[in-house]
Design a protein around this ligand. Structure first.
Ligand SMILES: Cc1cc2nc3c(=O)[nH]c(=O)nc-3n(C[C@H](O)[C@H](O)[C@H](O)COP(=O)(O)OP(=O)(O)OC[C@H]3O[C@@H](n4cnc5c(N)ncnc54)[C@H](O)[C@@H]3O)c2cc1C
Length: 456
């Protein structure tokens, strides 16, 4: 048994944990980063990166299939999942190597193994003790299931879905949130028959209702089936298939059932409860400076209630490192965190939905600019639009975009939101022609009372 002391001991090397480690090291603090699996965590190995690689392969498949729409003679011969997986794993491998290099360059001490927080400032790994002046809990999240629905065989979560060596003929996706619609999109592009089942009344229910409608219309066109406002009641699997029953009395047969009903905090079995860390429904509770109830113990990432997104984890990790280093960083405004759902078409948003703005301000002004008026979107043959939500006599408080590739526009949208810009501030900014960013520009011109490419 050895004892190692550091300024910072971090439990979990995912987006939140490693960002905290790197920033703290940059600021001259000594850092121990404990990871039981692979540096990079969910996002790199089982989340953002592999799903987006699959989605890109799906886009290539669609382009091959739809070449004739552009006068290009092409056809989709089929999907070679070994090839797709090797492309995906190559990206992960490259980024993983890069991350290991960064840990080394930053002189972060990486400890491999499962750590247990034994409090008040100590984490134990395989009998060795790591004592931090500060401890950061960053153990992330796991794919949830529903009571009585056991994962195994033909019933899978995103963890298994990312490594399939075949394209299923028929899939039922349980959950119409981000992860569900992304996989539905991939499998449809790969040729599968896909049905999404969502208990809430609409797909991507956290987004503005307008975005759900746009997405549902596009999915209908793509032949992605969905049943909203209906509850799942059970699933039975056999050698040949899985039968999914719904509250409506209907049953659906498929090769696979993807359970995409959200992610739970990975907080059990790491000593948190025993050490007296305040938790609710398994999430570690912090104040706005990410401090838990225990002195010098922080928590970041999916473990903390809020949006479960990698860039939130990065920002929280950086915040905690800077706070510990005495830099007194500004509290993170969670409402300014951009969100992108990378299905085809994409949905991207920042700030409030129309409904949330109306609740907050009593009323809200809105404007929708259709991508039908945007040259680049017409070239891409994508439809969708930009929706702006403005506070009464105030700045723009919500921006939502739907359409192919609009995820890339969220950078500008989040600057506008976070700078609390008025339409009059944004309208004079020039957008390159022909780009999809012009759709944002046009929406702001219109909201500032001087529409250009707008009919009616
Ligand atoms: C399918 C899917 C797609 C996603 N796509 C996106 C996306 O496109 N964009 C986006 O922003 N977010 C996306 N996410 C969410 C994103 O992956 C998470 O928000 C992010 O990974 C959270 O980071 P974290 O550091 O909190 O946790 P994690 O990344 O889960 O990292 C926690 C780490 O802690 C380690 N650990 C756990 N317990 C211990 C222990 N006792 N000892 C040592 N180590 C331990 C784990 O092995 C893990 O590496 C996606 C998630 C999924 C599942």
């Amino acid at each position: 048994m050895t004892d190692t002391s550091a300024d910072l001991v971090i439990l979990g090397g995912g987006s939140g944990g490693y960002a905290c480690a790197f920033r703290a090291a940059e600021l001259g603090l000594s850092v121990v980063l404990i990871e039981k699996d692979k540096l990079g965590g969910t996002c790199l190995h089982r989340g953002c990166i592999p799903t987006k690689a699959l989605l890109h392969a799906a886009e290539v498949a669609d382009s091959a299939r739809d070449g004739d729409q552009f006068g290009v003679k092409s056809s989709l011969e089929g999907i070679d999942m070994a090839g797709v997986n090797s492309y995906k794993d190559g990206i992960i491998g490259g980024l993983y190597k890069g991350l290991q290099g960064l840990a080394k360059a930053n002189k972060v001490t990486l400890v491999e193994g499962a750590g247990t927080f034994v409090g008040p400032n100590t984490v134990e790994v395989n009998g060795d003790r790591y004592i931090g002046k500060n401890v950061v809990l960053a153990t992330g999240s796991f794919a949830r299931s529903l009571p009585g629905l056991e994962i195994g065989g033909r019933i899978i979560t995103s963890d298994q879905a990312l490594n399939l060596d075949y394209v299923p003929d028929r899939v039922v996706v349980l959950g119409g949130g981000v992860i569900g619609v992304e996989f539905a999109s991939v499998w449809r592009s790969f040729g599968a028959d896909v049905t999404i089942v969502e208990a809430l009344p609409r797909l991507v229910p956290l987004e503005d209702e307008w975005a759900s409608k746009q997405l549902e219309r596009a999915f209908r066109k793509r032949g992605i089936k969905f049943k909203t406002g209906v509850r799942f009641t059970g699933a039975v699997q056999s050698e040949a298939n899985v039968t999914v029953s719904l509250e409506s009395g209907e049953s659906l047969e498929a090769d696979l059932l993807l359970v995409a009903v959200g992610r739970g905090p990975n907080s059990a079995g790491h000593g948190y409860e025993e050490a007296g860390v305040t938790m609710e429904r398994g999430f570690v509770i912090t104040d706005e400076r990410l401090r838990t109830n225990l002195p010098n113990v922080y928590a970041v990432g999916d473990l903390v209630p809020g949006l479960q997104l990698a860039h939130r984890g990065f920002q929280q990790g950086i915040f905690v490192a800077e706070d510990i280093a005495g830099q007194n960083p500004k509290v993170i405004d969670e409402s300014g965190i951009p969100k992108v759902t990378y299905c085809n078409p994409e949905v991207a948003s920042v700030g409030l939905t129309e409904a949330a703005a109306k609740e907050k301000y009593g009323s809200a002004e809105t404007y929708v600019y259709s991508l039908a008026g945007n040259g680049k979107s017409q070239i891409l043959k994508t439809s969708g639009g930009v929706k702006l939500v403005k506070a009464p006599d105030g700045p723009v408080v919500g921006i939502t975009l739907v359409g192919e590739r609009v995820g890339e526009l969220i950078g500008e949208a989040q600057l506008i939101y976070n700078w609390e810009a008025f339409p009059e501030d944004v309208a004079p900014l020039i957008h390159a022609h022909p780009t999809q960013t012009e759709a944002l520009g046009e929406a702001f011109l219109a909201l500032a009372g001087k529409p250009l490419h707008v009919h009616g």
